[in-house]
Design a binder for this molecule. Structure first.
Ligand code: HEC
Length: 170
């Protein structure tokens, strides 16, 4: 019974060394082999295998109707707009004084260009602030492009007018 006393902890020691080895191997993997753990979210849509990765920043006309742009826009919307306008844009879970984007009873003018100006300048005296410093122009177009997919009051702006406006809009 007592013959084991000197070695009674060997099993524990081996287990300890084993787990230390595992932790170091894991850290080595995270730091050197893996690309690392990054917390900032890339705006990429799931791509078909072998298809080039979707990069919103490289889309030439982010206002044009495109499922990838709208998907990226929806993510940006969830992060930046949903708290007030509701996750689905219909004020459910939002604040009642903000605009129901599905109904689309616009007060600042109809269409993508007018909405873009709202994102540039905000609406004075309301909680609708300017998003100029928060979202890049292509991100603002992407958000609006998603709103186009949910609103009943869709943009009638001609694409040439949007192209001309976008060339000068910051
Ligand atoms: C802090 C709350 C808040 C956030 C966040 C917010 N909005 Fe608004 N938004 C409002 C309010 C309030 C109004 C209505 C203002 C008024 O009384 O005219 C409004 C109005 C609008 C309108 C209507 C413009 C019109 O012509 O009637 C649009 C479009 C809009 N917001 C888009 C967005 C988008 C896109 C985002 C995110 C990038 C966003 N909002 C974020 C509060 C917010």
């Amino acid at each position: 019974m007592s013959s084991n006393h000197d070695h009674h902890n060997q099993g524990g020691l081996i287990a300890l060394l084993g787990s230390l080895a595992f932790v170091f191997a894991f850290l080595f993997y995270i730091v050197f082999l893996n690309k690392g753990v990054t917390l900032d979210e890339k705006i990429v849509a799931p791509a078909a295998p072998g298809a080039p990765k979707f990069e919103l920043a490289s889309v030439k006309e982010p206002w044009a109707d495109s499922p990838e742009v709208a998907l990226a826009g929806e993510r940006l919307y969830k992060q930046n707009c949903a708290a007030c306008h509701g996750a689905a844009g219909d004020l459910v879970g939002g604040i009642p004084t903000s605009r129901n984007l599905v109904e689309g009873k616009w007060t600042q003018g109809n269409g993508l260009i007018a909405h873009y100006k709202v994102l540039q300048n905000g609406i004075a005296g309301t909680q609708m602030v300017s998003f100029k410093a928060i979202l890049k122009p292509y991100e603002r177009w992407a958000v609006l492009s998603w709103i186009e997919t949910i609103t009943k009051n869709k943009s009638q702006d001609k694409s040439e007018d949007i192209v001309n406006f976008a060339a000068t809009a910051d």
